[in-house]
Write a protein that binds this ligand. Structure first.
Ligand SMILES: [Ca+2]
Ligand SMILES: [Ca+2]
Ligand SMILES: [Ca+2]
Ligand SMILES: [Ca+2]
Length: 294
């Protein structure tokens, strides 16, 4: 048998005196889905005698205060009941607790027992938290961006997000833009048929978690490069209005969108430059931009 060969080989090796026969617990994943009261637990085990030596794997949740076992889940490796592959040492259970599990901190004990009654135990602590939906409290971005005549600029946008589950619970923060109200060429011609609902996004347009502020809000930021009025290659920065929309999704698949068109006012950025036909005293005058400010 394969494992006997292994034992003889180990006897020849002076640094290892004996084989530890106890099953080993390598990885435990415990998920509780509040929306459908479903529990999904996956445990990866191994054994010096091979995974065929494993007899049973189970997980218990105990009260921290009384050590009473409140929940007992038997896991299986048969390719059923949420287990993907049969006989691979990854044990799974998927079960619904109709009344739900109270939100609390529990002691979690994962056991693996082999055919000779050797018992592996991995203790830990798990916090089952209420899943709160994320909310976008504030979008911090300028309402106007004046393109530099020749140098690339940066538009910085920050979002203040409220999710009591913390930044670990956020899957992504994204923005989408509608550029239908920008000029379409270097002559300043407008789009003849702008569509107010034509928002586009790219998977790379994810905002980055920056910090959690003193009030517990999660701060996300993105820096968008802004083309100059003339980048030297014959391409010109467009002017006009850009509409923004922001989406936050958390790990319980709850989503917040801002603005929720048409319920809320749109988030608009106006882009200006020298050469757009308007003299904006804040940025240009008859000296710096005679073509707009005669
Ligand atoms: Ca064993
Ligand atoms: Ca399996
Ligand atoms: Ca959440
Ligand atoms: Ca101008």
């Amino acid at each position: 048998m394969v494992f006997l060969t292994g034992i003889f080989w180990i006897c020849d090796a002076p640094t290892i005196s004996e084989v530890d026969p106890i099953p080993q617990i390598n990885n435990v994943i415990f998920e509780y889905h509040q929306d459908n009261s479903q529990i999904w637990v996956q445990v990866e085990v191994s054994d010096p005698q091979g995974i065929e030596n494993i007899d049973s794997v189970w997980v218990e949740l105990e009260s921290l205060s009384t050590s009473e076992v409140l929940y007992h889940f038997l896991l299986e490796d048969g390719g059923l009941n949420g287990d993907i592959l049969s006989g691979n040492g990854v044990y799974t259970v998927q079960i619904t607790i109709p009344e739900g599990i109270p939100f609390a901190v529990y002691r979690i004990k994962t056991y693996a027992r082999d055919m000779e009654d050797n018992l592996g135990l991995q203790p830990g602590v798990i916090s089952i938290e209420e899943e709160f939906p994320p909310q976008i409290e504030l979008v911090d971005m300028p309402s106007l961006f004046h393109l530099d005549p020749t140098e690339w600029g940066t538009l910085t946008i920050q979002l203040k997000i409220n999710d009591p589950n913390g930044a670990d619970d956020i899957s992504y923060v994204r923005y989408a833009i509608n550029t239908d109200f920008l000029t379409i060429d270097c002559d300043g011609n407008p789009n003849p048929d702008p569509d107010p609902d034509h928002y586009q996004w790219d998977p790379s347009w994810e905002m980055t978690y920056l910090t959690t502020d003193v009030d517990g809000f999660l701060i996300y930021q993105t820096d968008i490069p802004m083309r100059p009025a003339d980048d030297g290659s014959g391409i010109c920065g467009k002017t006009g209005l850009v509409l923004f929309q922001f989406t936050v999704r958390d790990k319980s698949n709850q989503i917040a969108i801002k603005p929720e068109i048409p319920l809320e006012q749109e988030i608009v950025l106006e882009i200006t430059k020298c050469g757009d036909g308007n003299c904006l005293a804040e940025f240009e005058d008859a000296t710096t931009c005679p073509e707009d400010c005669q």
